[in-house]
Design a binder for this molecule. Structure first.
Ligand code: AMP
Ligand code: GLY
Length: 441
């Protein structure tokens, strides 16, 4: 089977690694916007092109006689890349343009939850103009402003934090409405966030272990929002601050959403449905959906898959996911991103990163991994771009051990870069547990 991966980040690096291990693989191909050395090393051939250039991607897939394509990022989904590949007879893992609206149109996603009575939305309003905006801002104590369309993770702003006051909020909302059809205003929730990524063929849904990402750039959850600085998972489905019923409630929301998408669009959603949840005083709330694996969260769950990833993808396309047993190893994982100094606001681009010095090696039953992200490989050297550079992952029986392995890997990396060393450390996890204890009483 010839397989093509679209995307060039850490998420696509780990996807390509898992596919490369599969006994079913013929040759691997990729379309990337920068030369990711990890993906490139596994490919028979790759095309350096924009992942949103649907025509070029389809032409390349036809030229290379691709049997199965996997879409990593959200931007090509919004362009209808799945529709085009499938029209050309190429089975593709990822939702078509319309069902992908669950991520690409936040107003549509919230409206779907409202119309189908899916629990888990905070108080919210959808606005196409300024009518009613002031009233919503006055009625809600703390408000989050969300552009309806894609913003690369940088569009969500909290009033009182990123936006000084209500006047600032209205200025931002006006700006958003010039570029987006609508804006969603939501009550700001207090709680702990977690992510569930689920495989689905549009009918059945198989969830992966919960992961917690860290969006803020600096230690102690300070600084600007980023694409995600790192993440951890425990040696089972739930995280240390969760109970089993929290996980089950979140999966229920994903299942009901999947059924609602089918009812609303008449389309089968095939691929990965990602839910970002907040565990609050009164239970689970949904923050947002993504129509793909998370980055970094994919690097927590894919390396511990016991089931062949390509087999899962095939089952999704054949609509027989229910006949497959998808299993994960009972291992904890900690992923930490290495990013250019100044990221995300003023990243130092085009500086060299070296992987050299030796840190603590993974012991028996443990593993360490390095995945490349937005770096460019030129003349045998690895250069930073304006986005996250590479990530290290530790895999062990406990989060504590996995964290130490990740730190060992970090100590091998040299360059004008930084990481969040607090991710996965006991003190931060204890803080999360205490936060939930305080909320739940
Ligand atoms: P999103 O792009 O929707 O993932 O939002 C980015 C970040 O904003 C999330 O990871 C949350 O930390 C935060 N956020 C989004 N919606 C809310 C909300 N209703 N209450 C509190 N925080 C939120
Ligand atoms: N980790 C957040 C995302 O993938 O969007």
């Amino acid at each position: 089977m010839n397989v093509m991966v679209i995307g060039s980040g850490g998420r696509e690096d780990v996807i390509s690694e898992a596919i490369h291990r599969s006994g079913k693989l013929g040759s691997l191909y990729a379309v990337m916007k920068n030369r990711n050395p990890g993906i490139a090393s596994r490919c028979e051939d790759f095309l350096l092109a924009k992942e949103t250039d649907v025509e070029r991607v389809v032409d390349y897939a036809l030229l290379k006689k691709i049997d199965l394509a996997v879409i990593g990022p959200e931007a090509p989904l919004e362009k209808g890349i799945v529709d085009s590949l499938e029209e050309n007879g190429i089975g593709t893992v990822g939702p078509k343009k319309i069902p992908a609206k669950i991520e690409t149109d936040k107003s549509w996603a919230r409206q779907l939850m409202r119309d189908h009575r899916i629990e888990g939305s905070p108080e919210f309003g959808i606005f196409r103009d300024l009518e009613g905006v002031k009233e919503f801002l006055d009625d809600c104590q703390e408000v989050v402003v969300k552009p309806s369309g894609l913003t690369g993770g940088k569009g969500v702003k909290v009033v009182g934090e990123h936006l000084k006051d209500k006047r600032d909020a209205i200025t931002y909302i006006k700006e958003v409405l010039k570029r987006h059809e609508s804006v969603v205003l939501e009550e700001k929730l207090d709680g702990e966030e977690f992510t569930i990524q689920a495989f689905t063929d549009g009918k059945d849904l198989i969830p992966s272990p919960a992961v917690q990402d860290h969006k803020r750039a600096y230690e102690g959850d300070k600084g600007p929002n980023t694409g995600g600085m790192g993440s951890y998972s425990d040696n089972g489905d739930i995280l240390p601050f969760m109970e089993r019923r929290d996980y089950d409630d979140a999966v229920k929301i994903l299942k009901r959403t999947l059924a609602a998408i089918r009812e609303e669009t008449g389309e089968r959603y095939k691929g990965v449905l990602y839910g970002q949840f907040m565990l609050c005083r009164d239970g689970i709330k949904l923050i947002e959906y993504n129509a793909r694996f998370g980055d970094p969260e994919a690097m927590n769950t894919i390396p511990i898959l016991k089931t062949d990833l390509l087999n899962i993808f095939k089952s999704i396309l054949d609509e027989r996911l229910n006949s497959l047993k998808v299993e994960h190893e009972r291992k904890a994982t900690v992923c930490k991103y290495v990013v250019p100094k100044g990221y995300p606001e003023d990243p130092k681009i085009d500086t060299v990163i070296k992987i050299s010095g030796r840190g603590r090696e993974a012991g028996k039953g443990e593993k360490s991994k390095i995945f490349y992200s937005s770096v460019d490989e030129r003349d045998g050297k690895i250069y930073t771009t304006s986005s996250r550079s590479l990530s290290v992952v530790g895999i062990a029986d406990t989060i504590e051990e996995a964290e130490k392995i990740a730190e060992g890997e970090l100590s091998k990396i040299e360059g004008e870069v930084f990481s969040r060393h607090d991710i996965g450390k006991e003190s931060l996890i204890r803080k999360r547990i205490e936060h939930i204890k305080r909320l739940r009483g």
